[in-house]
Structures are given as C-alpha cells and as structure tokens.
Design a protein around this ligand. Structure first.
Ligand code: SAM
Ligand code: SF4
Length: 472
C-alpha cells in the first residue's frame, strides 16, 4: 500500500506505514546499537529516512540525545553557517469559506471583522514593511473564491513587486494560500513567486477530516497532493509544514519526512523549506482544547531531528514562538525567521483595537525587526535579507546543487553580508548599525576565496555611496 512515488495521497502518506514506523521507533528507542548506526549515517550529511529519523525522535537515552543535538548543531553550521534569513508575513484577506477548527478565520466565526486589502492599502502595507527593512514577504490569505480569487492574489503580487519606496524593494514574494489547481499554480509561477507554502496541518487523514469539517479544505487528498500540482505547474520551491498540537507530533514528523521523500522521488527535488508552527491563542481559539500540544523540550528535539533528516531543507520559525524558544531552536537547525510581524489584515499601517482585531493568532515575539536583527547580531548570527538565488534562477534542484557543492560560503555568505549592509545603511538604529558593522568586518575574513572577498569589500563601499542590490 505504501509507495513513495505514488501520486495518491493515501499511498505516499500511508497511515499503515506511519503506524509501523512509530512501532519500530518505539521498539528501538533504547536500542543503542541502532541509534549509533543511524547517527553514523546521519554524520555523512546525506539525510535519513522517515523510519531512521523516527527512531532518533523517540530515543530516550539522554547521552544519545545530547549527540543528536550536537550533530544537528554541526549540520546547521556546515550547511547554513551563521546566516539567518529574515522575512515577514503579509495578510491580504481573512475571508474564508473553510471550517478549520483551530483558525479564527473559519467561516462560522461571525464575530471577527472580515477585511480584504485594496491595492492602495497593499501599497501602504508594503511601504511600511519596506521602511522596516524587509525584502522578503510571505503572502497569507484565507480561502474564498469570491472575495479572494486567484486574480486578486496575482494583481496583489504585481502591485507588491512594483513598489519602490526610497531604497526599499520587495525582492521575493512567497505565497501561502489554499490548495489550488495546476493552472493557478502556473499563474503564480508566471507572477514570479518565490516559494509556494502550504501546511498540511495534519497528515492523519481521519483527524484531518474532523479538523476541517466543512469547505473545500475538507478534501484530504486534494490538500495533500497540492505540492505535486504546484510542481506540475512549474513551481519548484515548495514549503511544507504541519500545525503541531493537532495530532501526535511523532505522527506528523513521519508524515513530513514521507512527504519530503515523495517530492524528491517524483520531482527530483525535495521541499525548499519546512515550517513547524504550533497552535496559538486566537480570537475564538483556545489552544488548550487541543490535546496534542508539545512543550519547548519536545519542540527543540523535533527541530533537531528535522535538521538531521533533511540537511538541505531550510527550516522556518515564525513569531508564534517566543524569543527564548526561538533562541534555542536557532542553534538546532532553523534557518529562516520572521520579525516585526503582524497577523492582522492591514496591521502594519494601523494597529487595531484588541476587541476589533482581524488577526489570525497572537504573536509571542512582539519585538520590532530592528530589535530582532540586533539580537541576532549579538548572538553572532548574520541576519540576511538575501533573495539572490531565486532572482538568479537558482531554484529547485539548482539551489540544492549549490548547497551540495559546498559553494555556499562563497555565495550565500557574501550575499548575506551585503544585504545586511544595506539594512544597516537604510533602516538600522545606531546601536544595531555599530554592532552590525563590527560583525561584517569580522565575517569578511570568513570568505574563503580572496577574489570574492575583494569584490565584496568593493561592493560594501559602493553600498555606503548609495548603490544597492549587489549579489552573487
Ligand atoms: N488559508 C490558507 C491555508 O489554510 O492553507 C493559507 C494560510 S493560513 C492564513 C496560514 C496557516 O496558519 C495555516 O495553514 C495554519 O497552519 C496556521 N494557523 C491557523 N490557525 C492558527 C492558530 N490558531 N495558531 C497558529 N497557527 C495557525
Ligand atoms: Fe481559512 Fe486557512 Fe484559516 Fe483554514 S487555516 S480557516 S483555510 S485561513
């Protein structure tokens, strides 16, 4: 029944295979010999299968767990260095015809104000985001073919890319909208989107159907097979994720990895990113009513095991997580974080009174982008506003071969420094600027090729003189 290269959701995410995987992981969680073998394989940096990774996730041996954390940290350093890519969500519309029981945008919520930005309102939001220093956005909408059709999303993408305010520019628009048709994915690709993001919410079919009682999202197969349609439509960077808290985290973990294996087997390229959102309090949503919430320790283990299992896949953490939690998982594998986020429609321009909030969920990390950038720099990370790969056509397997060739240090690292420099020149507070300049000076030494270093030094000077948008 389980077939990694099947095009049927219930075959590539086979419930039986997941149950057998969990049983295997339980049987072997204290099998030191097997755990050691799996860790040895993981040290080759080629990833692990969902079964192998599930054993590590279940492992209760404290000493082995410390090895897992250390390896995740090492893999993170080897593949991503100390760069952290920055982004912000932009909510366009919260109209929704679905019945997702964890989301306040669900159709039966008569109390939440429904909003949809006009193109002029989008302009204002984007200028506010540019003025913070953002270059990369994730568009968010509810599903509503009448109030929020694909044409509206396409027009909005066009508007966003066209706005140039002072030195600001949005250089990559990722899109997180409901599962759709191959034809619509093709249109999104033509509109120049970066990653298409869609969370599975839960891989457990029976629970999925209960948690999505009404609306088009109820259809498990249509939702689960969305990434295949997206890739058929020409989008080769896709971002998957599960909403942790809905089902057993070990089930979702196996599902996520099976999904990644499926995309790799069928399309020759795995997911570009994996997101690990946890349910948050929201308008009419109480996270305590969901039985499968995970604490920060399990969350950290989850991130570490994903890092080890799929070394080439970026990992995203949003402002659903607190500063403390984010600090912990940055070491273990997260490569992209949001900053200064708002989850309300129109929230960057205007703060809404709490009782009239159109927000999707409460944010834990309420700091400004500058505070987040400052904090990252203090910890020795390079906040990166780089969007070069996508703009140079290095998407899908071409991006993966860049990772695999080990050229990241001569490419992503300089790009991170140059885009950070732009941020420091245009948007940073004085304190952030000083710390950032010191970091750039130090990090220049870590560019292996002298020729590349010389070019970067020249570009940094030109950025000071007003030039923008250098990239490798
Ligand atoms: N409407 C589209 C969909 O459902 O796929 C796209 C984006 S939706 C605005 C973004 C994601 O937010 C959902 O996929 C879901 O995982 C997450 N989400 C919904 N309610 C949430 C809550 N209460 N706490 C945290 N995340 C939530
Ligand atoms: Fe609508 Fe998405 Fe929220 Fe579900 S998660 S109610 S589809 S916005």
């Amino acid at each position: 029944m389980y077939r990694v290269d099947s095009m049927k959701a219930e075959e590539f995410i086979s419930h039986q295979e997941i149950m057998e995987t969990l049983a295997y992981a339980d049987e072997n969680k204290n099998n030191r010999e097997l755990v050691d073998q799996i860790l040895d394989k993981a040290r080759e940096r080629k990833g692990l299968s969902h079964r192998e990774a599930s054993v590590l996730l279940a492992c209760e041996d404290e000493e082995k767990n410390q090895e897992i954390y250390a390896l995740a940290e090492q893999i993170k350093k080897d593949f991503y260095g100390n760069r952290i890519v920055m982004f912000a969500p932009l909510y366009l519309s919260n109209y929704c015809v679905n019945g997702c029981v964890y989301c306040p945008f669900h159709a039966k919520n008569k109390h939440i104000p429904r909003k949809k930005l006009t193109q002029e309102e989008i302009r204002r939001e984007v200028i506010a985001l540019q003025d913070m220093g953002h270059k990369r956005l994730a568009l968010e909408t509810g599903e509503d073919p009448v109030n929020c059709p694909i044409e509206y999303v396409l027009e909005s993408i066009k508007t966003i890319y066209s706005i140039q305010h002072k030195n600001g520019a949005i250089r990559r628009v990722n899109v997180n909208i409901a599962a759709t048709t191959v034809e619509n994915y093709r249109k999104l690709k033509e509109a120049g989107i970066g990653t298409y993001i869609l969370f599975q919410e839960t891989y457990h079919k029976e629970s999925y159907e209960k948690l999505h009682p009404t609306g088009p999202k109820h259809n498990y197969a249509y939702h689960t097979e969305a990434m295949d349609r997206a890739m058929e439509g020409g989008i080769d960077d896709v971002g998957i994720g599960a909403l942790f808290g809905l089902e057993l985290y070990r089930y979702e973990f196996a599902g996520l990895l099976m999904h990644a294996e499926h995309l790799e087997a069928v399309h020759g390229v795995g997911p570009h990113t994996i997101s690990v959102p946890r349910i948050r309090r929201a308008d009419d949503i109480d996270p305590d009513t969901f039985d499968n919430g995970i604490d920060d320790d399990i969350f950290a283990k989850l991130v570490a095991c994903i890092r080890i299992a799929v070394p080439y896949t970026g990992m995203i953490i949003s402002t659903r997580e607190s500063k403390q939690c984010r600090e912990r998982v940055l070491h273990l594998g997260v490569s992209q974080i949001s900053g200064g986020s708002r989850t309300s429609v129109g929230g960057y321009v205007e703060e809404e009174p709490e009782e009239e909030s159109s927000a999707q969920f409460d944010i834990s990390d309420n700091r400004t982008l500058d505070q987040v950038v400052n904090w990252l720099i203090e910890m020795g990370y390079i906040p990166s506003f780089c969007t070069a790969c996508y703009r140079e056509g290095r998407t899908g397997d071409r991006f993966m071969s860049l990772c695999k060739s080990g050229q990241i240090q001569n490419c992503c690292h300089p790009n991170a420094l140059m885009t950070l420099k732009e941020y420091l020149e245009d948007y940073a507070s004085e304190d952030t600027r000083q710390k950032g300049e010191a970091l750039i000076r130090k990090e220049l030494e870590n560019i292996p090729k002298e020729k590349v270093r010389k070019i970067v030094e020249k570009n940094l000077t030109e950025i000071e003189q007003g030039q923008r948008d250098f990239r490798f």
